[in-house]
Design a protein around this ligand. Structure first.
Ligand SMILES: NC(=O)C1=CN([C@@H]2O[C@H](COP(=O)(O)OP(=O)(O)OC[C@H]3O[C@@H](n4cnc5c(N)ncnc54)[C@H](OP(=O)(O)O)[C@@H]3O)[C@@H](O)[C@H]2O)[C@@H](O)CC1
Ligand SMILES: Nc1ncnc2c1ncn2[C@@H]1O[C@H](COP(=O)(O)OP(=O)(O)O)[C@@H](O)[C@H]1O
Length: 273
């Protein structure tokens, strides 16, 4: 088992000469015009956690919906997997899946992005579209990619594993996928393909609200974009995600979480060596 101190030393803090591109570039793939909120939550979380530049990649019909709802986050439309790859050129990490759509296009987009130099965070629909073709996902992944299933999604990708217990299941899933697996829930298990396993236990039930997983995906993506080790990034994000609920509790909605991160990060920065 690992502890808080393990990942704290790997947190990325900007230095005097750091510019925004050097800090890390994150892409977030949006769904269609009626399903853009999840990507906007993830993008804001990625920016708040320190990625220097965040760009939403969206289907053309979504651009005029998203544009008035973002400020610092940038926007690029795409209309094919090749166009998505082009739009993600230079990205250090890309989040794909939140409200992406259960379509062949989502499947093709995940596989196309896996061929780029960006580390992937694959969540929600980005996982579900591979329910009947898990090898199509696993063969495309690298060990710095991250899968973030809740138990329902985990069961679809790894139907034989949960019976062995969540930690064993996550470890085996990471080995099979060849990527970091974040099995979300009241206790979130993080497992790497090299055998590292950690359990994040500071979660609170106030996180059981629509979109909080989208925020977590953006947070992981934001840390990975800053070149934090993917296993450490997932551990750090899971801890900070729960910590961000402190002082709110009842009434918490996913929109609140990214804007709580400056306080969480400030406390960590103040005590960093
Ligand atoms: N603002 C936005 O735009 C938002 C957009 N979103 C997007 O909407 C899309 C659909 O998302 P979704 O939430 O409707 O369905 P999904 O999470 O796929 O679950 C499907 C079924 O799995 C089951 N299930 C089993 N265990 C579970 C568990 N631990 N946690 C949760 N579920 C669990 C459960 O079935 P049950 O157990 O109730 O029978 C459940 O009905 C997806 O693209 C997502 O990204 C959301 O992120 C919200 C904010
Ligand atoms: N009862 C709970 N206790 C602690 N954390 C929870 C609880 N329920 C959900 N969470 C956390 O909230 C997030 C929910 O993610 P997810 O199910 O993907 O939501 P969404 O798809 O709506 O974004 C995960 O990080 C999960 O660990």
């Amino acid at each position: 088992m690992t502890t808080l101190a393990d990942w704290r030393t790997g947190l990325p803090w900007p230095e005097r000469e750091t510019h925004k591109h050097a800090r890390g570039r994150l892409g977030v793939v949006s769904g269609k015009a009626t399903q853009t909120g999840a990507a906007r939550l993830a993008a804001r979380a990625g920016l708040r956690i320190g990625a220097g530049l965040v760009r939403i990649l969206c289907p053309p019909d979504a651009a005029l919906v998203i544009a008035p709802a973002i400020e610092a986050v940038m926007l690029t439309p795409f209309s094919s997997p090749e166009g998505l790859v082009e739009g993600c050129e230079g990205m250090d990490a890309v989040v794909i899946g939140p409200a992406a759509g259960l379509t062949e296009a989502t499947q093709a987009n995940v596989r196309a992005l896996a061929m780029t130099g960006a580390a992937l965070v694959v969540d929600a629909d980005g996982l579900m579209v591979f329910e009947d073709w898990t090898e199509g996902l696993f063969e495309a992944l690298d060990r710095d990619d991250v899968l973030t299933p809740h138990e329902g999604e985990f069961e679809r990708l790894f139907p034989d594993l949960l019976g062995a217990g969540r930690e064993t299941a996550a470890a085996e899933a990471a080995a099979r996928a060849g990527a970091v697996v974040v099995l979300k829930g009241p206790e979130t298990v993080i497992a790497a393909p090299d055998g590292r396993v950690a359990v994040n236990d500071n979660g609170t039930p106030w996180l059981a609200t629509a979109g909080s997983g989208d925020v977590l995906a953006g947070m992981i993506g934001g840390l990975v974009a800053q070149r934090m080790d993917s296993f450490d990034a997932a551990r750090a994000a899971a801890w900070m995600h729960a910590e961000a609920t402190r002082g709110i509790g009842p009434g918490l909605i996913a929109e609140d979480l990214p804007d709580r991160l400056p306080a969480v990060l400030a406390a960590l920065h103040a005590t960093s060596g």
